[in-house]
Design a binder for this molecule. Structure first.
Ligand SMILES: [Zn+2]
Ligand SMILES: [Zn+2]
Length: 225
């Protein structure tokens, strides 16, 4: 059962309570219990001893970060762009992991009212909701989120997995961009016409945006003011 304290931490981090942020908390809790580990501590976050592999960049991924302590910034979080609501929690010590996948069909059947599904379509999917619709959906999202605190294992697929070793984040050499003068990881710099350029100056880089990983994403800084 996800504690109310954890829900409040998730609200603070994610900005709101919704079904998938709570599912992220609950799925992490199930995986942590099965692996017999707690939220990554100071030493573990520094050493990347525990890794969470998420397969989507949505509300669920924020729940995972709050519950496990494996975050984007401490390199405990690995993002696999498969587009599924799933988390695999892994111990580096023995590369044993637990993967928890949310069966959204089963979950919605149990927790989403007809009104919630309809409003989701209108407000989130089509972005056509009025301010009343948005307010009503916010309320429903809170209710469903709280109801999902003790979501039963039947709405998930839970499996034990053996993971092949994943590298720790390396420290790279730094070079200076010949155009903007900013320091940049050597592995990210490009050589164009004999000049060393950062990818911002070169015009594109890989990026994680709403729809997932985009290769060769055009850098969006139109002008530096
Ligand atoms: Zn959310
Ligand atoms: Zn530059």
């Amino acid at each position: 059962m996800v504690s109310k304290t954890l829900i409040e931490k998730a609200r603070e981090f994610h900005g709101h309570i919704c079904p998938y942020v709570v599912l992220g908390l609950r799925a992490s809790e199930i995986a942590m219990q099965r692996l017999n580990i707690k939220k990554a501590s100071e030493a573990e976050t520094v050493n990347e001893d525990i890794i969470a592999i998420v397969e989507c960049n949505n509300c669920f991924a924020d729940g995972v970060q709050v519950a496990t302590g494996c975050t984007f910034g401490n390199n405990g979080l690995i993002y696999m762009d498969t587009g599924k609501n799933a988390v695999t929690l892994v111990r580096r010590r023995d590369w044993k992991g637990i993967r928890v996948y949310v069966d959204s069909e089963k979950m919605k059947k149990r927790y989403f009212s007809e009104e919630a599904s309809r409003l989701f379509e209108k407000v989130i999917a089509r972005r056509e909701g009025t301010s009343e619709d948005q307010e009503r959906l916010r309320k429903l999202w809170n209710e469903i989120g709280f109801a999902l605190r003790d979501a039963p294992e039947e709405i998930f697929k839970i499996e034990e997995v053996k993971i092949s070793p994943v590298e720790r984040a390396p420290i790279f050499e730094t070079v200076k961009c010949d155009l903007c003068g900013e320091l940049v990881m050597k592995t990210r710099a490009k050589v164009v016409n004999g000049k060393t350029l950062c990818q911002t100056c070169a015009g594109s880089c890989n990026a994680v945006v709403g729809r997932g990983i985009v290769l060769d994403f055009k850098t969006p800084f139109e002008k530096r003011l």
